[in-house]
Design a protein around this ligand. Sequence first.
Ligand SMILES: Nc1nc2c(ncn2[C@@H]2O[C@H](COP(=O)(O)OP(=O)(O)OP(=O)(O)O)[C@@H](O)[C@H]2O)c(=O)[nH]1
Ligand SMILES: [Mg+2]
Length: 462
Amino acid sequence: MYSMFSSTIAAISTPHGKGGIAVIRVSGDEAISICEKFVFPVNNKPLSSLPANSAFPVNITYEDGVLLDTGIASVFRSPKSFTGEDTVEISCHGGIVVTKEVLTRALVCGAVMAGPGEFTRRAFSSGKISLSQAEAIGNIIDAKSSSSIILSNRNAQGQLSRYTDKIYNDTKEVLSEVYAETDFPDEGLSSMSKEEMKERIKSIQKELESLLSTYKTGKAIVEGIPTVICGKPNTGKSTLLNLLCREDRAIVTDKAGTTRDIITESVVCGDVTLNLSDTAGIRNTIDEIESEGVKRSLKQMENSDFLICVFETVSFDSDDELIIEKAREMQNKGSTVLIVLNKTDLNPNPDTSKFEDFKNIVEMSTKNDSHYGKICETINKLFLDEQLSDISHPVLTNARQKASAAKALESAKSALQALDESTIDVAGTELEGVMTSLGELDGRQVGIEIVDDIFSRFCVGK
Ligand SMILES: Nc1nc2c(ncn2[C@@H]2O[C@H](COP(=O)(O)OP(=O)(O)OP(=O)(O)O)[C@@H](O)[C@H]2O)c(=O)[nH]1
Ligand SMILES: [Mg+2]
């Protein structure tokens, strides 16, 4: 197969450190001929004679033929490999030095060191996987929960690419009818009436809306939700952080103003990942250090998608009013707000009248470990879409994918409007916009900077 990359790359694909085995991966046109110089099958046949997609016991040697290690070499031939290129994977003993020495042998024999994510990037560039599949592979490696693995696997298997492919092809069909109408109006080439075109675009629009609605759940499971725990001093914010972390992460005391700085932690709560920040209690204060903490707390509220606002209703006062005001403002801007009425052990029937603007309220005692399930269940209900338990459904899992889908939807809406206004050539331009945005989503029309950015987040060796 023709390869667009001239170099053959090599890297250690397993974590750096001591382990039972390690894998050194070599990929490119010269992979087999490079490895043939230092990897020798124990059956005395040359590496190049081994059948594709097979694994063999090998001796790995230094330049002078002295044994470096014994291991297993797996040989894959283009295009039937992960990268689409000839690939050799050498499993050797997982010592730090021995692994580095095997890699060095590959480099000395002609390979160049792979950059971050370069194997996956080659898989993408050779058309083996789409960009959303590549992102899903990265998500599997970074997964913090089993639900994240399960969801990412759907996209790694091409669920999202197939869904966007279908919308792309549907759009292309309508667009060719539009072109037939605009370019050759007198030839009667278009077989679709304007009404039919509108119906087809409406269904494209519906499919894009349905796709976009999956992002809330996809983000909650895969990326994690930027979440702030806020409230006035001493309401039990740090106790709640510790409950969600399942450990004593933050200092808790009965003194108001214990937390001064922001404490961050990523926790898995049921199926949802929360990127949590515990903040300093918000109140009017003349203490210089505390007021800096309050300023940071307010900023963190602004920067979070999910606000968990903790109140202790018996001591409700003007400081709580300030927090309610800010939470209401953020809710109006689209953030999700959960009101925690804490310390129910002291006050089993809290007054909820102040919280009528908020639909998500949980009454609990953050000090009581048995209330963990209650808050987790509440949070999961806020973010998980039941429909998405259908494993055939594609899911958007990052902001880049969401932005492309939203752009495609906007173009579809404009195309429909243009048909309504009988500006059919504008409809054509907008349908092209739908296709461009979908092309960005799955990578067929994506800019080099975006591709660079995505793969730079991978580790070397993947
Ligand atoms: N009775 C009771 N006390 C609680 C509960 N949750 C927390 N507390 C107590 O309330 C006090 C303050 O708890 P923290 O978690 O430090 O409160 P905070 O909101 O982080 O306080 P600051 O960091 O000062 O803003 C501590 O003495 C906790 O033990 C609860 O559910 N019931
Ligand atoms: Mg605290």
